[in-house]
Design a protein around this ligand. Structure first.
Ligand code: NAD
Ligand code: DAU
Length: 350
């Protein structure tokens, strides 16, 4: 069997690390190189279990630093690139958009240039760009995003992702490159950085802290379990059509208050000393330009690639809450701010 040689950017983050686990747990004929800058959101501990596995290599680099990136990746003949690396948090993009433009736009441009070299050398089979449903803007009460929905990004984060999507598209039309873009809805699951709604609420419940709900908690997101997302991405890499985009979601819309109430009830059973956790719900000032509703129509990936989700929302939410309860070292290290030095300790001088 021929070996798949994959480069995963942003593999130390939430979805990227789940993607690495999904592949290494299930495939022996594979070699994965992760390139990651290890920003505040990147955590080498997420990948620690693979550090002595011959199928795995980690390279620390910034995709927005062309010289460093190209020199560190020179001579590696990747056939597949799964591009996850990005600044990903909307609230941070409102406070400081510059890093978003650098990493998401310039960084994606350099990744495409690197891929173009591999393509010219006849090595590259596919460049899979991981994007978001936020590029389509906000929905009203009805309807769902399809692959032909017009772009209308509203935050600096989504605008930078939209810019990267357009660059990816242009490399197909201009250079004939084997690119595919996926646009997914909100993920949840293990290794989710605790600034995002679901992990933040779980950890605040465990610590007896207020649960800050923006506005009235009526905004709607379409929740996708990260393990289902990773399987969909791998399917798009292997079966997707070059130049196409695929929306990924599981028709699972909930408003934010429903999500927070669900977490509270799951915590009441698992952490009875804090019950009732919904007493901690605190309505706070709304996010500026807060998109009201996202919803994905996944018909295309279902029909054309045969993808269907494997996990139920109820079970996957239980698994997620349990993961945070059982991995307190992981999040306590993050909250104490000391995790970044862990990689340096392990790999000094390498
Ligand atoms: P994350 O913030 O958890 O992880 C991002 C990773 O990228 C981190 O490991 C970080 O260190 C790395 N990174 C950031 N800047 C970098 C740079 N300049 N060079 C190299 N590495 C860098 O993000 P995530 O939630 O895992 O998201 C992964 C991708 O999926 C992103 O492209 C995001 O836009 C997209 N996405 C996420 C969601 C979601 O719900 N989390 C939904 C839709 C799309
Ligand atoms: O839709 C896909 C996007 O989902 C991804 O592209 C982004 O990378 C990802 O971060 C996510 O963006 P959101 O802004 O939807 O996710 P977040 O977890 O930040 O917020 C989810 C909802 O919860 C949103 O309506 C804002 C609200 N919220 C969030 C936080 C952090 C709160 O009410 N309170 C909070 O403290």
């Amino acid at each position: 069997m021929t070996q798949r040689k994959i480069l995963v950017t942003g593999g130390a983050g939430f979805i990227g690390s789940n993607f690495v686990h999904t592949l290494l747990e299930n495939k022996s004929d594979i070699s994965i190189t992760v390139v990651d800058k290890l920003t505040y959101a990147g955590n080498f501990r997420n990948l620690e279990r693979w550090k002595d596995d011959s199928r795995f290599l980690f390279i620390k680099s910034d995709i927005a630093d062309k010289e460093d990136l190209f020199s560190k990746l020179e001579g590696h003949n990747f056939q597949e690139i799964a591009h996850f690396a990005a600044e990903s948090h909307v609230d941070r993009s409102i406070l400081g958009p510059e890093e978003f433009v650098k990493t998401n736009v310039l960084g994606t441009f350099y990744m495409l240039e690197l891929a173009r070299e591999l393509h010219s050398a006849g090595k590259l089979k596919v460049f899979l760009h991981v994007s978001t449903d936020e590029v389509f803007g906000s929905l009203g009460e009805d309807g769902a995003f399809t692959e032909s929905t017009s772009y209308a990004p509203n935050s600096p984060y989504s605008a930078s992702k939209a810019g990267s999507d357009h660059l990816v598209r242009s490399y197909f039309h201009t250079y004939g490159m084997p690119v595919i873009t996926t646009n997914c809805s909100n993920n949840y699951g293990p290794y989710h950085f605790p600034e995002k709604l679901i992990p933040l609420m779980i950890l605040n419940c465990l610590q007896g802290k207020p649960l800050p709900v923006y506005g009235k908690g009526e905004n709607i997101r379409d929740w996708l379990f990260v393990k289902d997302h990773c399987l969909a991405i791998d399917m798009a890499i292997q079966k997707g059509k070059y130049g196409e985009t695929y929306n990924i979601g599981t028709r699972n819309e909930k408003n934010n208050l429903e999500i927070v109430e669900l977490i509270c009830s799951l915590m009441d059973k698992r952490h009875p000393e804090g019950a009732p956790h919904n007493r901690l719900i605190t309505f706070v000032k709304d996010r500026p330009g807060h998109d009201f509703r996202y919803a994905i129509d996944p018909s295309k990936i279902e029909k054309e690639l045969g993808w269907t989700p494997k996990y139920s929302f109820e079970k996957a939410m239980e698994e997620t809450v349990d993961w945070y309860i059982n991995n307190q070292d992981w999040w306590k290290e993050i909250l104490s701010g000391s995790y970044e030095s862990y990689y340096e300790q392990q790999y000094k001088g390498r």
